[in-house]
Write a new protein. Structure first.
Length: 319
């Protein structure tokens, strides 16, 4: 029988599914933590670093040192290196620290294997539970009931899934699924593209001649939809004229990307090629649409941005 290495075991892979490198950095080196949900580079904690060389990747759930270490770390390897334990001891330590029970590990392992083998998102969608998704979105994320009444979402194995829909003469059909973990464990965001190709989330809400909100992530889109009925979410790495072409029929693009460097840079990048007027909501530093909604400030921020843009447009027409 071929030897099975520790990193190939179900338990190890499940832990690396449930726990992100961002979780480990937050626990071991809180001074380096800049939030989760996006990739960024910090100074390596394992050697003297004059410049940032330690890259945390959302997509890979890995940390890579491009400096003296010249190594790639998964979450368990980060714990092992930081504590000087063996990987097997570090695995037990991570399980104990994050209080990962056996059933949770089994579900994560099954989900990981399942998502790797499914060619399209339809099978996962068919197995999802709508009441559980609604309970999470309304109870934990504060999404208004009126928004959820016209929203499709299902929960499965600790994640909430959102369908990317495209309308046709035969009705709407799913082109992709995006998902968000319902806890702090595991990859926060996953995207599964179907065999017909992907599309923007929320594209079915866009109305020609009306403003459309643009933000990051389906939960942010639902949050913004409490103010702007037409709202989509985008993937920052995909931003291009072709990617946003389906939104060209809108009267204005209301940019509500996260209040961080990536969000601000992406907003300016869109401004360079947009064929539609741009309004930047300007979310507070370090916050996203859902956080601002929970704080009760989202409506005011959007309304102020729209009124400011309208007054500037009137002044420009007078001049």
């Amino acid at each position: 029988m071929a030897r099975q290495y520790l990193s190939q075991t179900r338990e190890y892979q499940a832990v690396c599914t449930l726990v992100s490198v961002f979780d480990m950095v937050k626990m071991l080196w809180p001074q380096l933590y800049r939030g989760g949900g996006r990739s960024y580079t910090v100074k390596c904690p394992f050697h003297d670093d004059s410049t940032a060389s330690f890259r945390l990747s959302v997509e890979r759930n890995k940390a890579t040192c491009f400096g003296a270490c010249a190594r790639v770390f998964d979450p368990v390897e980060l714990a092992a290196e930081a504590t000087e334990m063996s990987r097997s001891d570090a695995l037990r330590w991570v399980i104990q620290h994050f209080d990962l029970d056996v059933s949770l590990l089994e579900r994560a392992s099954a989900l990981s294997r399942y998502e790797e083998t499914v060619a399209d998102p339809y099978e996962i969608w068919d197995q999802g539970d709508e009441p559980e998704a609604r309970e999470y979105l309304e109870g934990v994320r504060g999404i208004p009931s009126a928004v959820l009444d016209s929203t499709m979402a299902r929960a499965l194995n600790g994640r909430v899934y959102f369908p990317h829909l495209v309308q046709s003469e035969y009705g709407g059909f799913i082109t992709a699924l995006s998902s968000r973990a319902m806890s702090d464990l595991g990859p926060r965001h996953l995207y599964m593209e179907g065999p017909l190709g992907g599309s923007l989330y929320g594209l079915e809400t866009v109305v020609p001649g009306r403003p459309v909100g643009i933000c990051e992530g389906a939960i942010d889109a639902l949050s913004l939809r409490s103010v702007l009925p037409s709202t989509v979410s985008v993937r920052l790495k995909s931003l291009s004229p072709e990617y946003l072409r389906p939104l060209e029929a809108a009267s204005v693009w209301v940019m509500a990307l996260d209040g961080d460097q990536a969000g601000r840079v992406s907003t300016e990048r869109v401004r360079q090629f947009a064929s539609v007027p741009i309004i930047d909501v300007g979310l507070p530093d370090g916050q996203d649409c859902n956080q601002v909604l929970m704080d009760g400030r989202l409506y005011d921020l959007v309304v102020v941005a729209l009124r400011k843009a309208q007054s500037e447009q009137i002044r420009a027409s007078i001049v």
